[in-house]
Design a protein around this ligand. Structure first.
Ligand SMILES: Cc1cc2nc3c(=O)[nH]c(=O)nc-3n(C[C@H](O)[C@H](O)[C@H](O)COP(=O)(O)OP(=O)(O)OC[C@H]3O[C@@H](n4cnc5c(N)ncnc54)[C@H](O)[C@@H]3O)c2cc1C
Length: 393
């Protein structure tokens, strides 16, 4: 029998950080993970450089059924606390854009930071450990695993969401919640590329690899970032961001001309270069391939701009300023960065992350119905929620 004060299930960002912080409080802590390697999502995050936090993170950068829930943890362990820890470990980092902080060298620096913090705090980490059952006992919890039985006073569930099943994602955390009568809200893939209906896909596939500056809007939320055309559909930061706000059947609104007034620019072309073709005018503002494809998409005849009447000018302006496209779906958990939904925050204390129903059962990180925008916010939630639980396990 392995006896610990605290068992954390899941050796990802939230689980490892929580374990280290609990260990520092003098608690004996074991982290169990079924995967071969710890922190696999961290290693592949941010294109291998891990966007480990965001300088401007606030509760407003998160989707949650209760928008106030994440305030407490985020304000008690902030991005500045984690940035100090990164600096203490001598990890070089830089801001890429919009407050997003990335390692200069490698995401492995963040995994090494977590391993070193865990080892300072005498945390035991066991990989390839299948959890067979979890039961409540009088003094805490009893676990039966492929590596033997465990007993603990506090149990922390940090098994993440459903995205990237190839990296070891499972619905384990949701099942444990349900086993203890804790509500789980419906889940869906977030920060994920869109797939398109056949007709749009065929035309837009021509643009595969091209990115354009856009405003992307859906259900009252707008992001100003790049949209990337792919051979499957639409991706890039603007599309990933807006995907978290999109539901099947919704239409996306894309402003593909955020930096200039289309009608004004066309009127100027009519005056100064009346014989130039629509595609020539378009090519001034967009990559060449975009000009031809957008003409095809809209069945615009490629005629000299002087032949455009005011109805046609406003149709062109409307298209660029409010291009409406209805995706046929998303690429789903196979490529999603996060899972929306999860353990209902009404079931947890926002201060401790402990279940209101089951004493000393904690849920942290992505398994909880708190999902950050793209840009380092999800790791910050892992650190903040992990730290909050670590003070009470
Ligand atoms: C490709 C990609 C890139 C990303 N880039 C960024 C980024 O740059 N910045 C950012 O903020 N966020 C990023 N994210 C999101 C971020 O990785 C997650 O939000 C974060 O890892 C969640 O941490 P977590 O500890 O809750 O879960 P995870 O990191 O997913 O860890 C869960 C752990 O639980 C283990 N586990 C699962 N099921 C079981 C089970 N049944 N038994 C035992 N163990 C189990 C898993 O093996 C895993 O080790 C990215 C995600 C992906 C997929």
């Amino acid at each position: 029998m392995n006896k610990f004060d605290v068992v954390v299930i899941g050796a990802g960002a939230a689980g490892l950080f929580c374990a280290a912080e609990a260990g520092k409080r003098g608690r004996s802590v074991a982290v169990l993970d079924h995967a071969k390697k710890i922190g696999r999502k961290i290693l592949m995050s941010g294109g291998g450089r891990c966007n480990f936090t965001n300088m401007y993170a606030t509760h407003e950068n998160y989707l949650c059924t209760n928008p106030h829930f994440c305030k407490s943890a985020l304000s008690r362990y902030t991005q500045w606390d984690f940035i100090s820890l990164v600096a203490e470990h001598g990890i070089a980092y830089h801001e890429k854009t919009l407050g997003q902080l990335f390692c200069d060298d490698s995401a492995a620096d963040i995994v090494n930071l977590l391993v070193s913090e865990c080892s300072k705090a005498n945390v035991t980490i066991t990989t390839r450990c299948e959890i067979q059952s979890v039961a409540k006992t009088e003094s805490g919890f009893a676990l039966s695993t492929s590596m033997g039985d465990y007993e603990c006073e506090s149990l922390v569930i940090a098994t993440g969401g459903l995205s990237l099943p190839k990296l070891g994602a499972t619905p384990f955390g949701y099942k444990i919640a349900e086993q203890f009568g804790i509500r789980v809200l419906p889940t869906r893939a977030g920060l994920v590329p869109f797939t398109l209906h056949e007709k749009d896909k065929e035309i837009l596939a021509e643009l595969s690899g091209v990115a354009i500056d856009t405003y992307a809007s859906c259900n009252g939320t707008t992001f100003r970032e790049n949209t990337l055309f792919t051979h499957r559909g639409l991706s890039g930061p603007a599309m990933l961001q807006i995907s978290s706000f999109w539901h099947p059947g919704d239409t996306l609104h894309i402003n593909a001309a955020p930096t200039f007034d289309v009608a004004e620019s066309l009127a100027e072309a009519q005056l100064k270069n009346p014989d130039s073709l629509i595609t020539t005018w378009l090519a001034k503002h967009f990559p060449k391939r975009v000009a031809a494809t957008f003409c095809e998409l809209n069945n615009w005849e490629n005629k000299p701009v002087k032949q455009l009447n005011s109805r046609e000018v406003s149709a062109i302006a409307n298209f660029f300023e409010d291009w409406q496209i209805q995706p046929n779906g998303t690429e789903g958990y196979r490529t999603a960065e996060v899972t929306l939904g999860g353990v209902d925050t009404d079931e947890l204390s926002s201060k401790t992350m402990m279940s209101k129903k089951v004493e000393q059962l904690f849920f942290i990180g992505e398994v909880v119905d708190v999902t950050g925008w793209l840009g380092g916010y999800n790791f910050q939630w892992a650190w903040s929620s992990g730290w909050a639980a670590a003070q009470y396990v």
